[in-house]
Design a protein around this ligand. Sequence first.
Ligand code: NAD
Length: 410
Amino acid sequence: MSTFLANTQRYVEEACRTLAIPADVTKQLMTPHREVRVECNVAMDDGSIGTFMGFRVQHDDSRGPFKGGLRYHHHVDSDEVTALASLMTWKTAIVGVPFGGAKGGIAVKARELSEAELQRLTRRFVDGIHDIIGATKDIPAPDVNTNGQVMAWIFDQYTKYHGYEPGVVTGKPVALRGSVGRDAATGRGVIFALEELLTTLGESPQGLTAAIQGFGNVGTWAARDFVTLGGKIVAIADIAGTFVNPAGIDVEAAAAYARQHRSLAGFTGGEHLAGDAVLFTECDVRIPAALASVLTKDNAGDVRARIIVEGANGPTTPEADAIFAQRGIHVIPDVYANAGGVTVSYFEWSQNQQHFYWELERVNAELRKVMQRGFETLAKTRRKYDVSFREAAFIAGVGRVWDTTTTRGL
Ligand code: NAD
């Protein structure tokens, strides 16, 4: 079993123990409902055949249809997708959106494929899973290396089998019945989560510094909103390495550069350092917004920040978590901090059901409410059980799924 999956299981088991959930029910809660693995054969631009494995793990649907992103990355395997699907189950429960948990992925070096190849790959994947997805079954959304365009292809391919059904995916382009504000939602939710914590500390983002690992959807929007609130981004990183600027990175310039060049390679708005240097830059707030298991027992002692807000899924190992707790560093966990994405996905899905579309102000105001309520849940659970924010999050999420699972019965 991979470290990421083992760590995820460990948090769930601990929550089950705290809640005194019987062993048989613990097993039921932890076991994914369904795992699908499909071969995707793609006609490549050079005339050869590319064969890729696609995965969809549906973890739990006791609270509503399965819901979770779709990742294109060469690290994707059954364990990673299972861990991410499990996190979705607890995340949707923590913030109270009426979905279960799922995740999908294709093992592929996405950056090495042309746009046309990516489209064909996406359509072959839908050919393999169309029967198990749908607006009332399982609703994919963007994740690493997927975006609104990929969701549009999924929607289109699904429609060929089942007719017009925009609610089959979220994170669609607005022109195809997406929601305004969905592209910004995860990063925006990260900053709302930060604001909630800062309020309890009697602080505000004004004048604080932040370093962000991962400068894609989540990282760029978190950076933008942090700067809007008066903070300064002193370091950013993507696959091309770390870029440090104590005077403040020009976020819009960096985002435009990354969009145009598909990475920050060659960006001159900051000193270029090695890949993980972003983890050790002096700052108030650290936002991991790339991949899992980057904050470990080997580097947690060197991380310089007062606050860590997890935009990425699973960036901190349990050993690193313990070191951060000892060092008095506040960690706002992924299952709450990055729930803004699935929350606005829920708004998008609701709009699709009603064929009535909201304005951005409403999306942002409702997202703020959900993140506030989520933080209250964490804070209350934390006080009740005298635990960390992460433990509180898992206890709250697992408790709600336990309740619906038991009430529905076998
Ligand atoms: P993305 O593909 O838009 O961006 C990923 C970024 O991470 C890119 O800038 C990439 O260059 C960078 N990256 C990849 N490997 C790296 C490495 N080794 N070191 C430094 N940077 C690296 O993906 P995203 O949608 O922004 O997702 C980022 C994280 O947030 C993932 O963990 C994802 O699961 C999580 N997340 C995303 C959403 C969403 O709505 N997109 C919602 C919840 C959680």
